[in-house]
Design a protein around this ligand. Sequence first.
Ligand code: 5CA
Ligand code: ZN
Length: 420
Amino acid sequence: MKSWKAPEIPTLPGNGPVPRLFDTASGSVKPAESSGIASLYVCGITPYDATHLGHASSYLAYDTLVRLWLDAGYEVRYAQNVTDVDDPLLERATKTGVDWRDLAAEQVELFRADMERLSIVPPDFYVAVTDTIDEIADAALRLSTSGFGYPVDSNGAAADLYFDNAVAAERSPWHLGQESNLGRETMLELFAERGGDPDRPGKRDALDPQLWRSERPGEPAWDSVVGRGRPGWHIECAVIALKYLPSPLTVNGGGSDLIFPHHEFSAAHAAALSGESLAGIYSHSGMVAYQGEKMSKSLGNLVLVSRLVADGVDPRVIRLAILAEHYRSDWEWTDAHLEAARARLTRWLDWAGTASGQDTSLLDSLRSTLSGDLDTPGAVRLIDDAVAASAETGAGAASGAASDTAVSAISALLGIDLRQ
Ligand code: 5CA
Ligand code: ZN
């Protein structure tokens, strides 16, 4: 599937350090390094109610990682999916009386436009689940025939397929909790909340996730080697990651609401399929709230990128408002964030208008700050300080005066183009 237009990234002198990134599985900050290509899989949208600021903050976090990898001199390979067949999408389509395919296509188009406006580096592989059904069914079959999967009867319909967590713990480099480090009680709660079915009779364990759902009346279904039906959620991302990227991934990323069950079981399926861990680092971005609760499609408390832009907000202001928060923190969007970012952009633009010369001092400090777990608020402070110092003292590199190199660094590393 086509992705979107890539932003222009200026070339900077020299290379930055390899970025370090917090890994949920080990609970530590680790170098996001690779001996070959740096590979990244980021979970994409379920295409309805796109693109809200929570989505934007998650894709912006991994955009920053890609920019730092490129600056470090790495070749990057990046894949992202679109969950274009899933219960919540089907429910929304039914409720609003539109065809689920039309809803998905329209929302993916809006998402692409928003990503382009926000200067987010596109994935090399932008992959719809509905274009990958055969590979996912093949993987479900392989898992079943090799003892990792088993059927569960479904009231007259053909059986559904489930993944056997206990077998995987014995026979693959994965065990339940490896990625999330959660206790069973918490897992059971989150599993029920986030699309799982702990109480389904016939499962060997309440937390075994579904690999394949056989056709139900009124639901989309595809003919496949495991019968007519559609894929389970976690196997989709495992199969797309394994198909398009070298294994193990350097980084598997997404919002923290995906830590369990989604990334735990994507890791499980991938380990059973490939014999290797899915990723070296499991990275998660924090949740953006609005009006006191997590911004979510189900609650409807959304601020859409396209709405802000239609209201005349410069996309750089949206980007800057999000970058001022650390990607791992949970925070609440308010109009004050927008106002602060608007004023900041104005100050930065005035400063950049006076740029001259190739002084690299700000570039050096941005590189070293950002490489510490994507510290964008720290980077924003560095630029604020330079701008403030230059306003006070007038001239001279040490006084924070703008250089052409500094302006290019802000564009390449933070994606804020101050030259227009
Ligand atoms: N299609 C699946 C992943 S395979 C999915 O979670 N789609 S989504 O549309 O619900 O979310 C897309 C991405 O945005 C996910 O990484 C999710 O964690 C992130 N996200 C959703 N809501 C928020 C929020 N309020 N704040 C931050 N990130 C969010
Ligand atoms: Zn996913």
